[in-house]
Ligand binder design. Structure first.
Ligand code: SAM
Length: 251
């Protein structure tokens, strides 16, 4: 394994997909999708945009379970190739979320992000671009990591970079949204579930030790194990958690 291995790399996401038994790179996998979409009626005719869709598991789940027709976008071409190959029922486009309005011409009724917003370097740029394409009556659902206080003072590092570059700070979310044309309708904190999801993920990582070592070597396994143990510790110490933000374009 070279020095550039990180959890957000293609190999990192393949390992996570294997451990999570689905093409998911977000906490709570299908349980989190159900939780985040629980207030949304199913409607196969509506358009959903999954921004930062990764390997496409969430787009496929939404599509297959009747929430709507899904377009997934991601900046990482290899993830989009994998998504297109595995999930022909959804559409996938390679693009930076900040330029989504130049690539997606249809107007989604739902915009969702599952553990993607925290990765965006320019979060305001992303919100602005998504606003340009969203329908005026759209709902935006952001499921993401939350810095509950003090996490960024001693952040987990992944291959020299912050593992969670920009987790949500709930005290700032309303202002960030309103400065980009969105209004927050609801904030649901799901910190206890987050602890459970990462405790379960740690057990699965340990059970998959041999397979992860085959994929990424012994150091790769130690890297994955150390990062997720650190994340679980931070969750148990109430420094990290998760929330579901629901927002709408300001009318
Ligand atoms: C932790 S993964 C989550 C993937 C997916 N939502 C899931 O739950 O499986 C974060 C994803 O955000 C993507 N991403 C990061 N910055 C992006 C950007 N500026 N535009 C589009 N996608 C981006 C990454 O390539 C990665 O696939």
């Amino acid at each position: 394994m070279g020095g550039r291995f990180s959890m957000n790399s293609y190999l990192g996401q393949r390992i996570l997909s294997f451990v999570r038994e689905g093409d998911y790179a977000h906490a709570g996998e299908e349980e989190a999708i159900e939780l985040a979409l629980s207030g949304v009626e199913k409607n196969t005719r509506r358009l959903i945009l999954d921004a930062g869709c990764g390997r496409g598991g969430t787009a496929d789940y939404l599509n297959r379970n009747g929430w709507g027709r899904v377009i997934g976008i991601d900046i990482e071409p290899e993830s989009i190739d994998a998504a297109r190959e595995r999930y022909p029922g959804a559409s996938f486009i390679v693009c930076d979320v900040c330029g989504v309005d130049r690539h997606v011409t249809e107007r989604p009724e739902i915009v969702c992000m599952f553990n993607a917003y925290y990765c965006f370097e320019d979060q305001s740029g992303a919100l602005g671009a998504l606003l340009k394409i969203a329908r005026p009556d759209a709902r935006m659902i952001i499921f993401d990591h939350v810095d509950r206080g003090g996490y960024q003072d001693d952040p987990l590092m992944d291959a020299g970079e912050p593992f969670l570059p920009n987790p949500l700070r709930l005290s700032e979310v309303r202002e960030r949204m309103s400065s980009t044309g969105w209004q927050v309708l609801d904030i649901q904190e799901v910190h206890d579930a987050y602890i459970g999801w990462y405790a379960s993920l740690m057990s699965r990582i340990e059970r998959a030790r041999d397979r992860i070592t085959d994929m990424a070597g012994h150091r790769g396994y130690e890297h994955v194990h150390g990062l997720y143990q650190g994340l679980l510790n931070a969750a148990q110490q109430k420094r990290l958690g998760a929330a579901i933000i629901t927002a709408a374009p300001v009318s």
